[in-house]
Design a protein around this ligand. Sequence first.
Ligand code: SF4
Ligand code: SF4
Ligand code: FES
Length: 359
Amino acid sequence: MTESGFVIIDGNELTCEEGETILQAARRAEIEIPTLCHDDRLTPAGACRICLVEIEGSNLMQPACATRVSPGMVVRTVTPRVDRNRQFILSLHLADTIQDRNLAEDNSPSRLHDLAERYGTSGQWTPVSSPRQGRPSDDNPYNQFRPDRCIACSLCTRYCDQVEAVSAITLAFKGARTTISTADERPLTDTTCELCGGCIDVCPTGAMTEKAALAWGKPERELEKVRTTCNFCGVGCQLDLNVDRSANRVVKVTSPPSGTTVNDGNLCVKGRFANDFIHHSDRLQEPLIRNEAGELVPATWDEALERVSEGLLGVAEEHGSDALAFISSSRCTGEENYLMQKLARAGFRTHNVHQCAAT
Ligand code: SF4
Ligand code: SF4
Ligand code: FES
């Protein structure tokens, strides 16, 4: 049991738990504090400084994402000084990346540009030509790192370390040269990287992005998201197919935001990147049944289901229900597996039902 106390944020007296941050307490009260380098799954880094708020009795503003509340603390998140800081920080980051939002969002959306539109800036500053470099070569098929868009927020490296637990990427060099790299600047495929793409998902600027979607050439905001369940295993991760309707094509897969679905914003390499099969020319598009010559020919779903049902009923009638067995796949959803056992038990009166994950 944690100790609780009161904190006052923007005049609202809120109950807070020991160890809670100002950001967490504010969010519970639906007080919005913008963040760039924060993710609920990761330990705070206090790197971007956009979430600075005023605390009574403190001369310096403090990062809401990394400052713990203490009983009686009085916090102000909407003051001219707080506003000035947000606009200053946004201008600073924008000067260090692609300023034009349309160019910046050539694939992934940019939270940095979104916040700049919502909170304003201190004016457009002259872009700085950052000496930040990428790795000399990286022929991995999925992840593209573009150093000119990186704001060194370290979300990607913290995600890789704390969620994926492989620490394949790291902050490298110092000062304006700070960049994202790997040990000895090796390609990702020559590191512990599992190509989960989580670093792409957390990146607030599109500096980490999907190679294939980038090559497709349509920004994510012009794609339609279709929520579905991943069919690679039985965990049931939710994912969003990003569909280009004009070409009727799935361009990429993204994870729903963390905290909203069972996979908490995470995906594995298969869920995020192995989607070529959707448009593969070998993929069955319609049911096939055998004709009298034993050749597979296209059929309607009604014809195919009729054929299956005739076959199963024929075996059950001639040899009894226990001559049948039903096997389903861990690639199906829990609901589909439930229906399979229901079909076996209630429809055909047999307990001969199995699923490959049970072996
Ligand atoms: S793809 Fe996953 S494992 Fe590889 S660097 Fe990014 S977060 Fe780390
Ligand atoms: S690549 Fe993206 S997530 Fe990683 S440090 Fe740069 S801006 Fe942040
Ligand atoms: S969100 Fe708090 S310092 Fe970046």
